[in-house]
Design a protein around this ligand. Structure first.
Ligand code: SAH
Length: 354
């Protein structure tokens, strides 16, 4: 039996069923057996692949957009250039390469990365060896400077809770044990008022909530409201939550989230409506836009044609496939969404609308 499964079963047998949020936290972050603490999950030979790993165009367009927003805000110096969950460092590498030519940008930036995985931290150190980088544990550790922040496929790793509407009321989906197997069970404690807004949903409906996502995005918005800057959040998700999106991926294939604790990736869709509702009183939040549309608005097709001029054969074929993969609605173009955050009264980054 997988070691972490044994540990979780023992805990559940002692203390009773655990929430999906607690399960995700242990599976992803357990110091000895956690998925992110132990493994490099990204790449063709690993579990999944992300947009910056598919093509340099992704990071270039996002980087230029952040730099333009920095210029729009009067080129504040110094400022924090921050990434949450930078993976192998590819997105930051592309951002830094493309912003080299923006006068004053590199001289003014203080790079701060938030990363939990020791393995990925090492990769980031190698990828970004020519820059001075500070790793921080949380947004609260940022210096009080304007913040230009990017997060791609980060919020989907944060723990969620899940609630199911039964015959009369909502019950929390929990994780229990039968014999030595982990299984889903319904909690007995009655969740309260937050379900007023979902009262109209029929029996059998599922709603997810991520308190960690709201806490972290609120901290980002408060920082930007106080010191200026902008954040771009990119993730797979949607506007609102009313389905089961708790999922697991291993070797690029979906599997049950309960089968390989600590050895498969666990994620849930990001609820952009919940983020927007929580942050609106604090800062200016864009409406949600799909990755495909935003990248087209930023000129990905022109950039793709430019790069294609120096390519032939397999390289060209792969480049065309990468462009399609990032933007096409049947691939990552519609599944992934983006929102931007700036202080009230500031202009949103290019391609984002109120
Ligand atoms: N942004 C990268 C990687 C996405 S994978 C890319 O687009 O390629 C998720 C990243 O978030 C990994 O670097 C992972 O180690 C990190 N991560 C996950 N949970 C985290 C947490 N709670 N705190 C800090 N980093 C976390």
């Amino acid at each position: 039996m997988i070691k972490l499964q044994k540990i979780l079963c023992r805990q559940i047998n002692r203390f009773g069923p655990m929430s999906i949020a607690d399960y995700m936290t242990q599976c992803l972050l357990h110091p000895d057996y956690g998925y992110y603490t132990q493994k490099n999950p990204i790449g063709a030979n690993s579990d999944f692949i992300t947009s910056p790993e598919i093509s340099q165009m992704f990071g270039e367009l996002i980087g230029l957009n952040l730099a333009q927003t920095w210029l729009d805000q009067g080129s504040p110096s110094p400022f924090c250039l921050t990434e949450l969950g930078p993976g192998q460092g590819s997105l930051m590498q592309d951002i830094l390469r493309v912003t080299k030519s923006i006068p004053g940008f590199h001289a003014a930036m203080k790079i701060n990365l938030v990363e939990v995985s020791p393995t990925l931290k090492k990769r980031q150190k190698q990828a970004l060896a020519q820059y001075s980088i500070t790793w921080i544990d949380s947004i609260a550790d940022l210096p009080t400077l304007p913040l230009f922040l990017i997060a791609n496929e980060f919020f989907d790793c944060l723990p969620i809770r899940q609630f199911l509407k039964g015959k009369n009321d909502w019950q929390e989906q929990m994780i229990g044990v039968t014999d030595t197997q982990l299984c889903f069970v319904l909690g007995t404690k009655k969740p309260n008022e937050i379900f007023q807004e979902y009262a109209h949903l029929p029996q059998g409906s599922i709603v997810e909530a991520s308190p960690s996502t709201l806490a972290l995005s609120t901290a980002i918005a408060l920082h930007i409201a106080s010191f200026g800057g902008a954040a771009i959040i990119i993730d797979y998700g949607d506007w609102g939550s009313n389905s089961d999106t708790f999922q697991s991926v291993k070797d690029h294939k979906k599997c049950s989230p309960l089968t390989y604790p600590g050895q498969s990736d666990l994620t849930a869709h990001v609820d952009f409506k919940a983020i927007s509702t929580a942050l609106s009183p604090i800062a200016k939040i864009s409406s949600m836009v799909t990755q495909g549309i935003l990248l087209e608005r930023l000129g990905i097709t022109t950039r793709a044609q430019q790069l294609a001029q120096n390519m032939s054969k397999d390289t060209l074929k792969n480049h065309i496939a990468a462009h399609r993969r990032l933007t096409h609605p049947d691939e990552m173009g519609a599944l992934f969404k983006m929102i931007a955050i700036v202080a009230n009264g500031q202009k949103l980054p290019t391609g984002f609308e109120d």
